[in-house]
Design a protein around this ligand. Sequence first.
Ligand SMILES: Cc1cc2nc3c(=O)[nH]c(=O)nc-3n(C[C@H](O)[C@H](O)[C@H](O)COP(=O)(O)OP(=O)(O)OC[C@H]3O[C@@H](n4cnc5c(N)ncnc54)[C@H](O)[C@@H]3O)c2cc1C
Ligand code: SF4
Length: 331
Amino acid sequence: MRAFRYARASDPGAAATMVAGTPDAAYLGGGTNLVDLMKLGVLRPGLLVDVSRLPFDVVDHRPDGGVLIGGAVRNAGLVRDEGIRRRYPAVARAVLAGASGQVRSQATVAGNLLQRTRCPYFQNTGTPCNKREPGSGCSAIRGAHRDLAVIGTSDACVASHPSDLAVALAAYDAVVEVRRPDGIERLVPLRDLHRLPGDTPWIETVLEPGDLITGVQLPAPPEGALATYRKVRDRWSYAFAVVSVAAVLRRGAGGRLDEVRLALGGVAPKPWRLRATERLLTGTDPTDDEVRAATRAGFADARPLPDNAFKIDLAADLVAAVLRDLRGAGS
Ligand SMILES: Cc1cc2nc3c(=O)[nH]c(=O)nc-3n(C[C@H](O)[C@H](O)[C@H](O)COP(=O)(O)OP(=O)(O)OC[C@H]3O[C@@H](n4cnc5c(N)ncnc54)[C@H](O)[C@@H]3O)c2cc1C
Ligand code: SF4
């Protein structure tokens, strides 16, 4: 590993000043992704500014029924919060479906959202990768892409986004609180935080240099909502999603689905809301086959590759199973 400097920030302003004023500086959350990538030689920051001890480490349930999750809250701490487990079960389940207890104790909420793709070529400095080295080419498209994205991709990059938590937050319409280096706060809907690769796959979010994630706002869940998160993976632990789904729904008279929100992981370069599927299912009491058909319709713009086209059928089965379970749970 190359030498680098380390500084522990005492307040957000000092953190931003250090990062904004140093071209090769990076914020350090729990370090469970950043430090791994430094060991692999993929990232080479000269200064790490540790923001994990800033006072953004509280889960604050608000009088309006929403909740503010501090950016420095550890993933394990988020799941320990009784209000999160009870009112946002898809969030709790998503976090528990990721990594290991040891990693969850270290990883922060902000770092989880900004963790980098697990594309094997991105992590291997000996192979071309447009995301790691702009213009070098994409090794995955003709190589190993079974675990990568099928929708939202480009000819430059087909990497999938790895975070389980981000998928659940997308289903709850989360909003990310960002503090700019000049101290101004801005709100970024989670759906807009991550960018699609297009011709510039190395630009992964809408954040500017020095922007600090201080928290995530979750609006109150819909009244009487049923919600869950389910993840298909190759092994029970230490495995990222092949496909995952976060579902939040509300049933009305006669079993009709009055509201349906579906976010998928493992299929796209960002948490992927299946908007067309949500529209098709809302107001209906669908059979499993109708849910599968509606989910496939949500993939109308997909660009699957030979080894990952199976993800669309897998997603259709997974959404059908999750809605069946949730509707049973609510009856
Ligand atoms: C063995 C293993 C298995 C895993 N399995 C899963 C899994 O199944 N599902 C899953 O979702 N994840 C999984 N992970 C990934 C893990 O969840 C992430 O590494 C972790 O969430 C990253 O959080 P962190 O705080 O350690 O981030 P760091 O590594 O510290 O930082 C990640 C990125 O976020 C930036 N950053 C950190 N904090 C801020 C901030 N406040 N503002 C702006 N930028 C910031 C950093 O600069 C860096 O670019 C796994 C990790 C390991 C090691
Ligand atoms: S899919 Fe993206 S991250 Fe993977 S090799 Fe291609 S350009 Fe790199």
